[in-house]
Design a protein around this ligand. Sequence first.
Ligand SMILES: [Zn+2]
Ligand SMILES: [Zn+2]
Length: 1139
Amino acid sequence: MSPNAQPDIRPFVTCVKRLAGRGAEAGGSLRSVPLEDLDLLRPVGSTAGNCDELAIALRFRGSREFWHAALAVHAYLARDCQAVCEAAGQLRQQPNQPTGATGAEPPRVAQLHQEQLRIAGALGVLAKTCFNLKAVASPDTADGSRVLALLRGDALQVYSAVLKALTRSVAPVPELCDEARLISTLLLFVVWAADISVARMRAGDVSVAVEWALAMAASRVLEHACCAVLHLQGGVAIARAACAPSAEARLKLQLEVECTDQLVLCDVLGQLCKVIQVAADMQAAAVALGSDATACGGGSSSSPAGAAAAPASAGPAGCGADQRQRCSVQLLPSLRSVLCGRSLNYWVVKGLLDAGNAAVECSNQFSGRLLEATELREKATGAMVSEQLQQAIEQRGAGLPARWLGLPEQHRTLKSDFERAGDTQGEAGVSSALPLGPLLVGVMREGRLMVRLSDMYFQLVMAARQLWQAINASPGAGEAGSSTSNAAGRSAATSRAAARSPFTAAQVCAAMCHGLESIGGMGMAMQELVGSPLGYRAEMGAAVQMLCGLAKQLRARQAVRLLGTLWTCAAVLLSIVPASAARGDLSAAVLEQSVAPALEAMGSLLLHTYAGENKIKLSGRVGGCCTSLTAASYARGIYQLRSCLRDTLRPPSGGRAAAERQGQLRVALTDRFLRRSCALPALLTFGKPDETGGLLVALRQAMFVPAVTAAGAGPSGSRAPPPPAGGDVQNQMVLLGVQLLEQVAAACLQAPPSRRRPAAKGASARGGSASPVDDDVAARLTDTAKCDVPAERLQRLWAAAEPKGAAAAAEAARDTGSRMAVYAVLQLLPAVVHSGLAGALSKAHKDFTVGLSRVFLAVALRALEVVQRTARQRAAGAVPAGASARGRTVEEIFAHAAVDSWMLLLVDQAGVYQWLAAALGVSTAQCWPEGHAAALDVVEVLTLVVPAEELAMWVRLWSGGAEAQPPPGAPASPHAPVIQLGEAWLAQHGRGKLVAALKDKGCYVPAEAGGRASGPARDDGAGVASLRLDVVMKHRLPALPPLVCPIDAVRGLDVEHNFRPCSHPGCTRVPASPGIVPEVASELPTMRCGRCRVESYCGAECQRAHWRAGHKEECPRLAQMRTDLESASVMMHFGFLRV
Ligand SMILES: [Zn+2]
Ligand SMILES: [Zn+2]
């Protein structure tokens, strides 16, 4: 820029230098300097913009002598300030002096106060000019040495003394205001030093940070600052209480108090939060440094490949491993003692409570005004405001009383304390843009206050979260403590500081819930009213994550009270994220660092159980469902999850990056929330059928949404970071679908894991109904290697989906669970198979191949179970053998329809033969014995279920054939069997019985037969019987839970719950309204297929597409099944036994 634009620093420099000289002359004090001279500093930087410019100029052009002088002036002023404050405090403490809010102070105290004001003003100018953070874009060594000089001048000790002096007495209200300003100024210096320290640390220079942390710990300045702020707030509250009677006095005081509290709460709050965050940052950096050092020092064993390169690269980085470790060891204990202060904790939690309460209060007022404003708008424009909005507002107003959550009266801060005087300025602009009269202006004002409140609130949440994380992370704190024994002793005691904090988890949880809910709800309402989109904020994720962590510490009774609100907050988050993603204003980093952890925390809360929770009555609890899941369902958390997933399927408005983000969000939802929590089986059992059904449909749709090609053929995609592991969103979704299906199959379709001997301590645990979980199975299902699922959750996978309690309720839940589990398989299995076979997964992914084979096995076993059950009944003489020749029994009709229904799903919809061929092929190509084993298990079951002539069309057993692949020269007829197995190969894999059974079934091709199958095709040979016995034992068929057949599941949902989504698997149409406003339970309006009356479609397009895609063949079969089942149940109802 031109030299003219640069501010002239000379007057300021001269002034500082002269003051430094006079201070030195007076023996290190500026108190003798006339006030006018001290004021010389002031005019130079009268406005904030000037100060910033001057600060930047000083940083680069200020000479060494100038900085020397500035630091000296700072030191003189700080000491003077200390002396003045201490003197004033002592004077006020003397019993003969009148104190308190009544004013009339003796002249000496007033004089001291005047002096303090001047000093504070001068310090403020220094802070804004020489020690201004805005001027320090990239700190260099010079800044580091300035911080060191400041610290070595014992600045922090002096600040501490000042702050301590402020807490010793209660000043009258007007002076509280000045004290707040002083605290804020002192904190500015601390933040400046902290920021530079962290920045220097990142650049490899630890010395500044070490000195800062040591000084902070020794002076305990943060703790004193919190005490002082609390003291101020207390003083305001006392004054407020003292003048209660007179309205006029209250008004007068209100003005003064407001002025004070604005400063305290807006500026000091911001700066305290900043210090906490910087200290937490520093701790994280120190921990990283320590682990780096360990890795470098003794790293040869841990990283054999990088060992050669590591020392060479670590060497020139500035300091050796030893030194780094020493620094880290020096840093950690002092940082701990900085962050573990009792007042600090108290202050943060009180801040949360205050802000949360104020948000609720504000929200209540705001709703009232908003309602008035919407009415006014209706009158003015004739436009109808949506009814739902109005309802939502009314509910909000009625449902959220301003509760003060256990904070003693004198410690409360009111909503008005968060307002700022400047807030009225922007109103002219608003009112001209929206000609809705003064009422709306009032609404906007309230709304702006909400925005400010939410800002502070989120800032506090972040501070609280970092604080607790810092407190709970204690690497090396124990062993390093010997040097500073005091801090070490305290650190051990404060390792459970969250528990020891003056507020209970329930209080903090409640404040956060109410605050978040109000902020979220108001944001939505504002969006409705003025149409400005509500963006997702990273702090929201942090808040929800922290909430979920806190909620686990609650006691059962508190949980029952609070979880509903908590899930409402979570639902707010779920409703905002997809819209942000679709607009493209959600960055990949935010998604990864904020949304995904929040989703995981919510999921992990879903199945959390509280001791003794079942004894508490809870409205909406279904058949022994755990409290958390009940609350989630009741507060529409599951509904929102469904809507959120579905909203990610809408066409994005923000272009390519937005589409990519939507895909990532889809994966995050499915993976973090559903898969890792293992909650899907429990949701199927206990959720509302139409909600979980909708979730399943959305999941199925998600597998068909074409992924954005991440590599980016166009230049616009090249800048985007590569999506996480695996790349293709659709592939990830399909893989997740397999894992979810595995969970459903394990919990609902298969026999529960074999009971083990009850452990000694398990004997005392309540209820023996929960079967102990097979560790291997559970570990595979939840994929412990990749995520951090707690062990107790594995134990609860089966137990959670198992209804308990009153017989009738449990029975109903069990019915729902079985129906929904079948529905889940019906929705997901065909989609997963088709998407998987089309993509790259089926050719390379072992988990996919093995997992899907296991799902197929579970489904095939259900068909076998029906067959076996009828055979058993017949053998037991329930059916006279002769009767079957002429007519069929009701049981037989049921069984026949059920088997047909399962086979329709297996063979026609999911394509089991094609799948098995692909799975066997890829297992051979990749040498996966597990793949072979899993696929052959399915073949065994199919051999038992499928009639001989049909099986022979699909499966062929070659004589000899030591290899799995078909021998060369196999005939290629249109009906060529897709599954080709070698006799010797099967024998090698221990499937001798399968060979015998296949020979019985006429699938055998002898060597001399020239490719044609020969031999008798029978369903009742000795080989088949032997295999049957084997399979029944191996898969514990009698232990299978009862289950409806697929067509029953579809019909049941349709008839009983009016849930009829479009049956076309490729249908990706989603309901038009975004998930913010509650909508009616039904999805898209659908019409049933006129012939079978089983499938339903959203329109003629889908019906035509599905007809061509295979419904043409299925329709008559479905119609037959339906009439069979219906007539059989009618007969059963009227007592007929035979047809
Ligand atoms: Zn459709
Ligand atoms: Zn049909």
